[in-house]
Design a protein around this ligand. Structure first.
Ligand SMILES: Cc1ncc(COP(=O)(O)O)c(C=O)c1O
Length: 401
């Protein structure tokens, strides 16, 4: 059965049942069904006759029409993601997280409009605003991630969207989402949140008043570093505009990749719990090291974002940062190069641990990043944390050489 029939199911159960509608998993002619929606690869859909073509030519989202509009494998993933967001109308899928972000912005903004974008946003999100959106006559104001209710002062009659990312995926500030949502709603301005860090399991965005939740499924949902995809999940009021824009832009995702994402989704709850546990073990150990300036992890009680995080989020994922006290670029490089359990690589949320250097001072424009200590970002994976800690210990030894 589809869990749409029982909206009261808990998230872990929804992860298991989502998208497994009998019409997508079973074939009555074969006398039964399969557990997973099969991979339907298609460009062309065949019609019985012209009358059929005329009827289905006006197809809605989940009737076979043409490959670009999806097949049951695609719909199953979209359905499963929608089910995780109480209050959502539907989900659209994109070939990457960045494609989802840019399509969402294009759908909701027009020439002359004003966008409020959080200053801690993922850098390619900023590049899209400063590049294509600016070229199309949309102005962007970057706001302090900690602005809270003060966002009201930045809203003008032209403001058509407030974009949030919380925690910021490089610097981990936790925004006061309820205050920002309330201020935006009071002025009739929709909000869009990059929810990749938390996923709806730790922060169901629609239930918190967000109008559009974007995720890079490439990260925790996929979870295995072998596929890329993005999603937009939206309320009923916003959904038609997003769907129309997505159709016009011609976005389409591979059913094979959807099957990988569905496979990842089934275990998201257990993986996230382990990412959280391992990440906290590593973060607490780092916090006690003399080489570390500060650990940027909202689940640690001393973190400036801890109060907002405890109020709004039901858990943590495994992505966080820390600074190397008094170190220079060369020392950071020695530290990272000495690691072997942590792969050096972009992205995050996969089962394997990753490390990257990050330099927010070169990205920010509204609130200067003044911490002189070099920053390191860790995506803590599913290894035994004792091995990860031993690896980091080797890194510190190399840093001192
Ligand atoms: C917070 C955040 N949003 C979006 C993206 C973009 O996702 P993708 O790599 O799938 O385009 C990333 C990628 O690192 C990210 O960190």
């Amino acid at each position: 059965m589809s869990n749409r029939d029982d909206p009261d199911l808990r998230p872990a159960t929804k992860l298991v049942q989502g998208g497994r509608r009998p019409e997508w998993t079973g074939d009555p002619r074969l006398g039964g069904g399969v557990v997973n929606p099969p991979v339907w690869r298609a460009s062309t859909i065949l019609y019985d006759n012209i009358a059929d073509l005329k009827v289905r030519g006006h197809a809605t989202h989940d009737r076979l029409y043409y490959g670009r509009r999806g097949t049951p494998t695609v719909w199953a993933l979209a359905d499963a993601l929608t089910d995780l967001e109480p209050g959502a109308e539907g989900t659209l899928l994109f070939p990457s997280g960045v494609a989802a972000i840019s399509a969402g912005l294009l759908a909701l903004l027009s020439p002359g409009d004003h966008l409020l974008m959080v200053d801690s946003a993922y850098e390619p999100t900023r590049l899209f605003c400063n590049g294509m959106l600016a070229r199309f006559g949309v102005t962007t104001t970057y706001y302090d991630p900690l602005i809270g209710a003060g966002i009201a002062d930045l809203i003008t009659p032209e403001t058509k969207l407030v974009f949030l990312e919380s925690p910021g995926s490089l610097t981990f500030e936790v925004q006061d989402i309820p205050a920002i949502v309330a201020a935006a709603r009071a002025r009739g301005v929709p909000t869009m949140l990059d929810n990749t860090w938390a996923t709806p399991l730790l922060f169901p965005a629609m239930a918190h008043g967000i109008d559009v939740a974007v995720m890079s499924l490439t990260k925790y949902v996929g979870g295995h570093s072998d596929a890329m995809m993005g999603s937009l999940t939206a309320t009923r009021a916003i959904w038609p505009r997003l769907r129309q824009a997505t159709y016009q832009l011609g976005h389409s995702v591979s059913p094979d990749d959807c099957a990988l994402m569905l496979r990842g989704l089934r275990t998201l709850d257990v993986r996230l719990a382990r990412h959280a546990e391992n990440g906290l073990a590593v973060a607490r150990w780092l916090a006690g090291r003399a080489e570390v300036g500060r650990v940027l992890h909202p689940a640690l009680p001393g973190d400036p974002g801890h109060a907002n995080w405890s109020r709004d989020f039901s858990g943590t994922s495994g992505l966080f940062g820390f600074t190397l006290k008094g170190a220079d670029e060369a020392a950071r490089t020695r530290f990272i190069d000495a690691l072997s359990a942590f792969g050096i690589g972009f992205s995050w949320g996969g089962y394997e641990s990753l490390v990257v250097p990050s330099d927010p001072a070169t990205i920010r424009t509204t609130v200067a990043w003044t911490d002189p200590d070099p920053l390191v970002r860790l995506s803590v994976g599913l290894e035994d944390p004792a091995d990860l800690i031993a690896d980091l210990e080797r890194g510190f030894a190399a840093m001192a050489e």
